[in-house]
Design a protein around this ligand. Structure first.
Ligand code: FES
Length: 292
């Protein structure tokens, strides 16, 4: 089947993809980690949605239009559109590299392949533009320039396919709570640990079980704050994170969520975290429910 053959073809690239990914990820992680505010903007925290996914459609559409204009013999329009397409690719790439700086495992391997194909397509488009400018509207080098841009589009399409794998097969930048129900029934909660009085320890993250879900709790006197334990970004265990000014910081990529309501305050996550209400049960113990 075509899908399996393509998956095998992509896996066969691991020999060069993994070392390249380790190097590129380290570089970009340091770069974007030093400017978390910029990374948050590029990831799409302000949008509540991954920005790269929004930006990628534009260059594909624009660069397809270049082929149409070339076929119609509209050389000036085709060349102008190509410049716009290259600029759109560069903008999408910057947002993509911000996402890439927090990828792990197989998603990172696929993202490395995706970035390599997209970078190659961009270089080919720049070569095509150079040939077009050198050839003018009807020079003899123009067919070669057009052929290079058609090859670029094929590489771009392959890169888009691999990029789809990064999201749809490996779940990169997909909310880990996308399929979680929002039932509001009170359920008994089991604490992973208690203080010497058998109650919730104060001032540090504690893990608890609520039916099939795990929660992270913070006790502030009589007030118990609770979020889902699994970080919305990529599944990091929030109960192993740090409490920073009322926010829980994920130990994996350092996203922060307000304990009081689960609002995201720092990326790379772009999603809020499900929040829960906790109350003492009659007869002892605790119960919780997801906030409506
Ligand atoms: S898993 Fe990435 S920030 Fe939590």
């Amino acid at each position: 089947m075509l899908t399996r053959w393509l998956a095998r073809a992509m896996d066969a690239q691991d020999g060069w993809v993994k070392p390249l990914g380790t190097w590129a990820h380290g570089l970009l992680n340091r770069l974007f980690g030093s400017v978390p505010g910029v990374r948050d903007v590029l990831d799409g925290r302000w949008l509540g949605h991954p920005l790269h996914a929004v930006l990628t459609d534009a260059p594909i559409g624009i660069l397809f239009l270049v082929i149409v204009l070339d076929v119609l013999g509209q050389s000036v329009a085709a060349d102008t559109t190509l410049v716009v397409g290259i600029l759109a690719m560069l903008v999408a790439a910057v947002a993509g590299f911000a996402d890439y700086s927090d990828t792990d495992g197989k998603a990172r391997d696929r993202a490395t392949l995706h970035a390599t194909l997209m970078s190659s397509a961009t270089v080919l488009y720049v070569v095509s533009l150079g040939l077009r400018l050198a050839a003018g509207a009807s020079g003899s080098a123009r067919p070669a320039a057009i052929a290079v841009s058609v090859v670029s589009f094929l590489v771009l399409t392959a890169g888009a396919y691999v990029g789809g794998d990064v999201v749809y097969v490996f779940g990169n930048m997909v909310s880990r709570h996308a399929f979680r129900g929002s039932g509001t029934k009170w359920l008994p909660m089991e604490l992973a640990e208690t203080d010497t009085h058998g109650s919730i320890p104060e001032g540090r993250p504690i893990k608890a079980r609520l039916g099939v879900n795990s929660l992270v709790l913070i006790r502030e006197g009589e007030r118990i704050l609770a979020l889902h334990e699994t970080c919305a970004h990529a599944g990091g265990p929030l109960s192993s994170g740090e409490l920073v000014n009322g926010q829980i910081e994920c130990p994996w990529h350092l996203s922060r969520y307000r304990m009081v309501d689960g609002h995201l305050t720092r990326g790379p996550s772009v999603y809020d975290q499900p929040a829960y209400e906790v109350r003492a049960k009659e007869g002892g113990g605790w119960e919780a429910r997801r906030r409506p």
